[in-house]
Write a protein that binds this ligand. Structure first.
Ligand code: NAD
Length: 263
């Protein structure tokens, strides 16, 4: 299926590995020019090179910490200069630290808010003026299944990402008439370094091995396996497509059936 996004420009942040990288690769395979951003310049450059090897589109790599307003301003300027206006924005960030409510300080809350909420708010604000002018745009936020079914031990993630979903829903209504869609995708347990780190954290607290923790995760999923990053990337790419023009304000899970609720 031709998704009609060839030649468009996407900014995918927190994209040196895992879900962000998979999204960048999938969009590149549709002929979209890509800017990837993440903090670690070496991994980021390797990722950019990998994308170039798979595709013939233009790839820009800009080191940036998405929790830094200054870095995001620099990033937005670099994309504008090198690739032009952003058509597709994929907001992503590392996950906030796991732990119980009683373990979290004010600093932990503010850090999580800056990382997982303000990064998306700031980047969306930066790309919206040119999307409105051109009457076309796609904003896709990578959140978590925790916004539908809060995950034990991830209080920061559950709370802050739910705020992002509410902001996106409101924004979707405000920009729909400009041909701009705003949607959230919710990965369930998906095989990336983040899941391995969470499994190691749970293992250290429960006396189990990481393998046992992953087996328990798999048992909780009706499909009895973790997701693959490219499965979430396929959903993101579809939401970026012309065909998805009428889908906005949606929060869609990609979780192998993990979420048991109706909505
Ligand atoms: P990951 O740890 O494998 O990759 C995270 C990426 O974000 C890396 O490229 C890292 O360099 C980058 N990053 C982290 N902090 C950053 C910062 N401050 N500035 C710029 N880049 C930064 O994680 P992932 O599994 O790909 O997850 C991506 C997002 O999805 C995370 O927020 C995670 O919590 C969430 N999520 C993941 C899963 C899962 O099962 N993998 C499930 C639900 C939600």
């Amino acid at each position: 299926m031709d998704l009609h996004i060839q030649g468009k420009t996407a900014l995918v942040v927190a994209a040196s590995r895992g879900l962000g990288k998979a999204a960048a690769l999938a969009l590149a395979q549709e002929g979209v020019n890509i800017c990837v951003a993440a903090r670690d310049v070496n991994t980021l450059n390797q990722t950019a090179e990998e994308i170039r090897q798979h595709t013939s589109i233009r790839v820009l790599a800009v080191p940036a910490d998405v929790s830094s307003r200054h870095d995001l301003e620099r990033l937005a300027q670099a994309v504008r200069q090198e690739l032009g206006a952003v058509d597709i924005l994929v907001n992503n960030a590392g996950g906030p630290r796991p732990g119980l409510f009683v373990e979290m300080s004010d600093e932990d809350w503010l850090q999580a808010f800056n990382l997982n909420f303000m990064s998306a708010a700031r980047l969306s604000r930066m790309v919206l003026p040119s999307m409105r002018e051109r009457r076309w745009g796609r904003i896709i936020n990578i959140t978590s299944i925790g916004v539908k079914q809060p995950m034990p031990n991830l209080v920061l993630s559950n709370a802050v990402r739910t705020g992002l979903v509410a902001m996106s829903k409101t924004l979707a209504g405000q920009v729909a008439s400009f041909g701009i869609t705003v949607n959230n995708v919710c990965p369930g347990y998906t095989m990336t370094e983040r899941v391995l780190a969470l499994a190691a954290n749970t293992a250290s607290q429960t006396g189990k091995t990481s393998e046992e923790v992953i087996t328990a995760m798999e048992a909780s999923i009706p499909m009895h396996r973790l997701g693959k990053p490219e499965e979430l990337a396929a959903l993101i790419t579809f939401l970026a497509s012309e065909q998805a023009a009428y889908i906005t304000g949606a929060t869609i899970q990609c979780d192998g059936g993990y979420f048991q609720g109706l909505m």
